[in-house]
Write a protein that binds this ligand. Structure first.
Ligand SMILES: [Fe+2]
Length: 234
């Protein structure tokens, strides 16, 4: 039995062309898309990358000799499919700027310091109930040159595989109450207000650790399996 994935995913995705976000003008297709049938190579996929996920890979504060500067936070949540079912054993990868808003990347040369104790990348796999958890530091906002004095709201990039290439999701997690939301064309290119709200994590006092870390919950919904099986008898 082969499972069919819907073409649209909760109408959550931004349009390919969103003029306020300058790069989309250069890279969006100008002709109608060609729909390709879903075959075995789309509805299956890797569970992990090339190497196994190690137990410490989820902690971005323990990758160097010392601890990174910044506000230590726990980022956790549940990965669900569109039917609300947990997605276990799926790879969750994150990357982010440091507390000053600087990435370790040759393109990022804006005048904010790098942190020798912070690389800004981590990964983990969801457990049997679809839960994941990272320990990291809160990233800073950073300028990006899209429009006059454009600064991105603080965010963490997420990549998830789900159980097939079609359920792969690359998204960004934001922090509640950020004053930069109204000015950010990347955030606002997601057309639906409720979908934008799903990119904002929630402060969770119960999951904080006293005198050590604050905590933010970020549940993620992947494009999941529809309930309609493809007839493969022939
Ligand atoms: Fe970023």
């Amino acid at each position: 039995m082969t499972l069919i994935y819907p073409r649209e995913s909760l109408k959550a995705n931004p349009p390919q062309l969103y003029p306020g976000y300058g790069s989309t003008v250069k890279r969006s297709p100008t002709r109608p898309l060609v729909l390709i049938p879903h075959t075995l190579s789309e509805v299956t996929g890797p569970v992990y990358g090339h190497d196994k996920v190690n137990p410490g890979d989820h902690d971005l504060t323990k990758q160097h000799a010392g601890e990174p500067l910044g506000e230590r936070i726990i980022v956790f949540g549940k990965v669900l499919d569109e039917a609300g079912r947990p997605v276990p054993d799926t790879l969750v990868e994150i990357w982010q700027a440091n507390a000053c808003g600087r990435y370790i990347h040759v393109v990022d040369q804006h005048p904010a310091p790098l942190d020798p104790n912070f690389t800004g990348a981590g990964r983990t796999a969801t457990d049997a109930e679809g839960n994941y958890r990272f320990v990291t530091i809160k990233p800073g906002a950073y300028p990006w040159g899209n429009h006059p004095n454009a600064w991105r709201p603080a965010h963490i990039h997420f990549s998830l595989f789900g159980h097939s290439f079609l359920s792969r999701l690359v998204t960004q997690m934001y922090f509640p109450g950020d004053p930069l939301f109204p000015f950010d064309p990347i955030f606002n290119s997601v057309p639906d207000e409720q979908a934008r709200a799903r990119m904002i994590s929630a402060f969770d006092l119960d999951q904080t650790i006293p005198d050590w870390a604050l905590a933010y919950r970020f549940d993620i919904v992947l494009r999941g399996r529809s309930q309609t099986p493809l007839d493969t008898e022939h």
